[in-house]
Design a protein around this ligand. Sequence first.
Ligand SMILES: C[S@@+](CC[C@H](N)C(=O)[O-])C[C@H]1O[C@@H](n2cnc3c(N)ncnc32)[C@H](O)[C@@H]1O
Length: 278
Amino acid sequence: MTNQRNHPPRTTAGPAGAGRGTRAGDCVIPGSPYSLESMAAYDLLAAHYDAVTGDSSTEATFIDEIIKHACRRAVTVLEVACGTADIIARLAATYQVSGLDISPGMLAVAREKLPEGTPLYLADMSSFELGTTFDVIFCVYHGINHLLDFSDWENFFDCVYRHLNGGGVLIFDIITVRNLEMMASVRQTVQQFGDNYLLIKVRASDEAHFDWDIEVYELQPSGRYTLLREVIRTASFPHEKIRRTLGERFSDIITIDTDGSVANDDNENRTWLVCTKS
Ligand SMILES: C[S@@+](CC[C@H](N)C(=O)[O-])C[C@H]1O[C@@H](n2cnc3c(N)ncnc32)[C@H](O)[C@@H]1O
């Protein structure tokens, strides 16, 4: 959660039902009601999210380059776990964009940035059925690491596969186990944003799961600080296991590093995967 956009995902969101979408307010809600408890983390942080994560323009350009390279004729693009939609807002001039997220609070911020009528789906990334397909689906800033069981990673890949057109491409990034271990070895990070402060401590809970203790000290008009506190659970799995699972579904899988070079192993950096549906 630093302003280099190199931080982890920040919520642990419980499963919600799938099914055809129904309109509720400004979002489409596929299926059964959500557990408010499970969505609290990002709802609580939504108002500060853009301030603490910083400018996403470099990331949007990077994703656009991958799309142009991997799916030259792409028209329709869905971002899964889109959060406040900073990235799709930047891509909206080039593609027909849509967003999906489990947090109504994040989607409310997203709605303000996007062209009128942009579809936003309130749904769980491991269990969604939108009744439409896309040329590109991407899930970045470690969105997938919010899924704590590997079976939900598989469910996510299946959902994406079903929602891609033939020749369509899944692009996602992961925070690797090594990266999480490295973060867990740091005592605490402190970041000031405006008059407010963000403190993060990452703790290993087992070899695949890492808890993020997040505290936001928010300056009030009275001059006093209020404290927002969340524990966000994340998971990561060996690169080889992820690639093998993707290989059971997608025809072409490329792993790239943050600098755009092809990477093959677990590394300490944010790692991107580009998977084509034949
Ligand atoms: C670190 S943010 C990334 C947001 C955005 N992609 C960005 O680049 O700023 C992670 C997002 O994942 C969403 N999320 C977490 N678990 C989810 C789930 N099971 N289904 C859908 N979205 C989820 C959160 O609500 C949050 O908005």
